[in-house]
Design a protein around this ligand. Structure first.
Ligand code: SAM
Length: 287
């Protein structure tokens, strides 16, 4: 078996197929066996698991996934990679390659058909240009997931795990934390990829919460409040929400709710924790 985590083997495959990297698909292939082993370990994959891999590339991580999981679904948008994947993964009978845009795949249907009620694990070295839409669509579509362990831009990973009151804290932090408990499990420098990306990367594991950390009466309202609060982060919450067209909430109502929560009426959204946003949402939905 020619493992593609070894740079020499990756180069051989790329040359054999005369492969041209497509920047528009965010193609940076992993060429570091230690990083690959670390991702598999941190995703807590066992022989019972069904894994969804987003963007297998030439199959570098897929080889590891096939060896550690029971079944692997690998969704790749670039059709020029499909014959390569059929070649590099030919020794495995537990992988299904799907040539599709991940944002167009009905993952719920796939999970239902293949796993019954068992949750899947999602593993990927994500294309960085669509990191947020991919993560959010998995959560928002309520896919039955155990955890999502993905390589993303380091800066985005830091935003996801940031704390209230810091410059990185924002709508993405709150959205991911609403559904899961995130943890950065590895930092990965550009030289672990071919070609080298211009940014540093990190592996983040988002373990889906079985019981939501925050329960709200109106989830849509909560997410609109979060959006309104971070559109212009230097604004106070009262102004941010009061001026937000998608909501019909007066500044007075926001000020009153903040007072009820014992918070300063000049407070900015970046100071509020997820549970405080939840409390604010419930107070405003009652009124
Ligand atoms: N997993 C491989 C590795 O680690 O070497 C490749 C990772 S590369 C960063 C991202 C992969 O995602 C590429 O193969 C790219 O073609 C694929 N991709 C990009 N956009 C996609 C989409 N919307 N749906 C599915 N795959 C996509």
């Amino acid at each position: 078996m020619a493992y593609l985590g070894i740079p020499k083997n990756t180069i051989e495959v790329l040359q054999k197929y005369n492969f041209n990297f497509q920047k528009r698909f965010g193609q940076n292939f992993l060429i570091d066996t230690h990083v690959l082993e670390k991702i598999i370990r941190e995703a807590h994959i066992t022989k019972d698991d069904v894994v969804l891999e987003i963007g297998p590339g030439i199959g570098t991580m897929t080889q590891y996934l096939c060896e550690s999981a029971s079944k692997v679904f690998a969704v790749e948008i670039d059709n020029t990679l499909i014959p390569i994947l059929n070649d590099t993964l030919s020794e495995y009978d537990n992988v299904t390659i799907i040539n599709e845009d991940i944002l167009k795949v009905n993952i719920n249907k796939l999970v239902e058909e293949e796993c019954g009620n068992r949750p899947i694990k999602v593993v990927a070295n994500l294309p960085y240009y669509i990191t947020t839409p991919i993560i959010m669509s998995l959560f928002e579509n309520d896919v039955n997931i155990d955890n999502i362990t993905v390589m993303i831009q380091k800066e985005v990973a830091e935003r996801i795990v940031s704390k209230p009151g810091t410059k990185d804290y924002g709508a993405l932090t709150l959205a991911v934390n609403f559904y899961s408990t995130p943890e950065i499990v590895a930092n990965v420098p550009p030289n672990c990829f071919m070609p080298r990306p211009n940014v540093s990367s990190a592996v983040i594991r988002m373990t889906k919460d079985v019981e939501p950390k925050v329960k709200v009466a109106d989830k849509e309202l909560l997410f609109k409040l979060i959006k309104a609060s971070f559109l212009q982060r230097r604004k106070t919450l009262v102004n941010g929400i009061g001026n937000f067209k998608e909501l019909n909430i007066t500044k007075d109502r926001v000020a009153e709710a903040l007072k009820e929560m014992g918070l300063d009426e000049n407070i900015r959204g970046e100071r509020l924790s997820l549970s405080e946003f939840g409390e604010l949402s419930d107070l405003l939905s009652e009124k």
